[in-house]
Every structure is written in structure tokens, then in C-alpha cells.
Design a protein around this ligand. Structure first.
Ligand code: HEC
Length: 282
């Protein structure tokens, strides 16, 4: 077992070019997965198998291998991701990096650990700007973080639409849909729910029957899924003419928004830098 682990660490560490192309065996990946589980899934950080929890999902990302290794070693400033330089040995860091790369099977750089492969440009790695945008998108320390309401692929909230689908739109159009108040639609019906004692909730309706209405309460952040009962004297009305939801962007600079849009566009393989001018041009 020990030798197996050691050989695997060597492969991932790129110390031996001759074995660099051998994909890790199932047993080796399992050992690395166990280490990941103890180190990275705990405290609700990256979730079991990297599906994401308080920290971002690590599945089906497009990380260049050196980026993953550097992040584990040095952490990411401005985010809760700590540095593991002192807590883990270089071999352990290499193992975890290899495991994280294995969570993105589409990533063409994932199965090579040789020095040459690390130096070569990855197929379509996320740009630094898109990675910053991704951190912002999933940053749970912000109450209005995008993932509280939006999913991106398999991860995030269900209040608004999945945003991995907007990648094909021009940056300026995505920007407009972020800054303009959203309008009620069949998919996202805006309602106002008034309780017997006069409390009002701004909501996006999910379900309604004779007994109850279920809606995402977007009166405050983060949104809460509520079910209220007609027997309690509630009134449900469509929010006529009004905006369904206006994105609260006070915590985000123009640069942050550009980074977020760069991230959203990266789902379409577009890794161009998004500048403030791109947002303005219509
Ligand atoms: C409290 C919930 C909430 C939060 C937080 C939120 N959004 Fe939204 N967003 C919505 C809803 C609801 C819609 C759908 C409105 C519509 O379709 O008209 C929407 C729509 C969008 C759209 C348009 C999608 C499309 O299909 O055209 C974009 C882009 C968007 N949001 C980006 C963001 C970004 C970036 C953030 C983080 C800074 C964010 N949103 C945070 C609720 C939210």
C-alpha cells in the first residue's frame, strides 16, 4: 500500500517522465479520494467527491494542473480556501491535486502529470479573470452571492435560471440582464404574499394548490423557500407590472461584474478578457 501510494504520488508529481502517461489505477485514485475526503470535504467545504458545499464544486472544471497544485499549497487570498503548505507533504498535495483533476474527466490536461504537460497550455483552461469570477459566483460569505439563487451546471440554487446557459450571449447583454430589474415570467412568476397580520413577502412562486403556496421569498438575502397556508388567511397576488427581482449589486465593483461575466462566458469556451468597455457597448 505504501509503495503504491508513493508511486502514485510520483506519477502525479511529475517526478518521473517515463510513468507520467500511465493513468492512476482505481486503487490509487481511491487512496487519493480518501485523503481528499478527510482534508477537503470536511467542514462542508468542497463536499463529498468534490460536489461542492460551502466551497465551490470541483467537478467538471477546467483547471490547469499547476493551478490546482498552487491553490492547495498557497490557498486563495480573499476566499476561505486555506494554504495546506504546512499541513500536507508535497506528495499528499500531489495526490490531492491528481484526485481533483480526476473529477474533470473532460479536461485534457487531467491525465498527465509530467513537467512538460504542466508547462504546456491546457486545452481551454479558465482564465485568471474567469477563476476570480467563479470564486465570486460561489462566495458564500456574501449574502447576495449568485449561487444562492443560480445554479451553474450541477451546483447552486434553484431560485433563478441556470447560468451556464448564458455563455453564448454578448457580455453587454449579460450585463444588461444583471443590472435591469427582472420581469415576471411563466418560469419565474412574481407574487406578493400578504399574511393576515399584514406582512408582505416578495416571492417567486414554485407551487400552489388549494391548501398552500410555496415560493422563494426574495424579500431578503439569502432567499428562503416558504410554504404558507390559505387556512391562515394569506392572500396571494401576482406582482403586477412590477419587477420580479432586482439584483443587489452594492457589494460588487464593475471589475467584479466583468469577472463574473468572464466566468459565465467561459462555459462556452470563450476565454476572452471582459473589460468595463465591453459591458457598456451595446
Ligand atoms: C435572490 C436571488 C438572486 C441572486 C442572489 C442573483 N440572481 Fe440573477 N436572477 C435571479 C432571478 C429570479 C432571475 C430570473 C429573472 C428573469 O428570468 O427575468 C435572474 C436572472 C439573471 C440573469 C439573466 C439570465 C438569463 O437567462 O437571461 C443573469 C445573467 C443573472 N441573473 C446573473 C446573476 C449574477 C451574476 C448574480 C451574482 C452577482 C446573480 N444573478 C444573483 C435571482 C437572483
Amino acid at each position: 500500500m505504501r509503495t503504491e501510494l508513493f508511486a502514485f504520488a510520483l506519477i502525479l508529481g511529475g517526478a518521473s517522465a517515463s510513468v507520467a502517461n500511465a493513468a492512476p489505477s482505481a486503487a490509487e485514485l481511491e487512496a487519493a479520494g480518501n485523503l481528499f475526503s478527510i482534508t477537503c470535504s470536511s467542514s462542508f467545504c468542497h463536499g463529498e467527491g468534490g460536489i461542492g458545499a460551502r466551497g465551490p464544486s470541483l467537478r467538471n472544471r477546467n483547471f490547469p494542473p499547476n493551478y490546482v497544485r498552487n491553490t492547495i499549497m498557497n490557498g486563495r487570498s480573499g476566499t476561505p480556501m486555506p494554504s495546506f503548505k504546512d499541513a500536507l507533504t508535497p506528495n499528499e498535495i500531489a495526490m490531492i491535486a491528481g484526485y481533483v483533476m480526476s473529477l474533470s474527466p473532460e479536461n485534457h490536461t487531467a491525465d498527465t502529470g509530467s513537467a512538460e504537460a504542466v508547462a504546456a497550455p491546457a486545452a481551454i483552461p479558465l482564465s485568471d479573470q474567469a477563476l476570480r469570477g467563479s470564486d465570486l459566483f460561489f462566495d458564500q460569505t456574501r449574502s447576495s452571492n449568485c449561487a444562492a439563487c443560480h445554479s451553474y451546471g450541477s451546483k447552486g440554487g434553484l431560485v433563478g435560471p441556470d447560468l451556464s446557459t448564458v455563455a453564448g450571449k454578448p457580455a453587454s447583454a449579460i450585463y444588461q440582464s444583471i443590472i435591469k430589474p427582472a420581469v415576471s415570467s411563466d418560469a419565474y412568476p412574481a407574487i406578493t404574499v400578504t399574511t393576515r397580520d399584514g406582512r408582505k413577502f416578495a416571492g417567486i412562486k414554485r407551487d400552489q394548490n388549494d391548501q398552500q403556496v410555496t415560493f422563494f421569498d426574495v424579500s431578503s438575502a439569502p432567499p428562503v423557500l416558504r410554504s404558507l397556508y390559505f387556512a391562515d388567511g394569506i392572500k396571494v397576488e401576482p406582482s403586477t407590472g412590477g419587477a420580479l427581482y432586482t439584483h443587489k449589486l452594492d457589494g460588487y465593483s464593475k471589475t467584479d461584474i466583468a469577472d463574473l461575466i468572464a466566468f459565465l462566458k467561459s462555459a462556452g469556451g470563450d476565454n476572452k478578457v471582459v473589460t468595463a468597455q465591453d459591458l457598456a457597448s451595446q
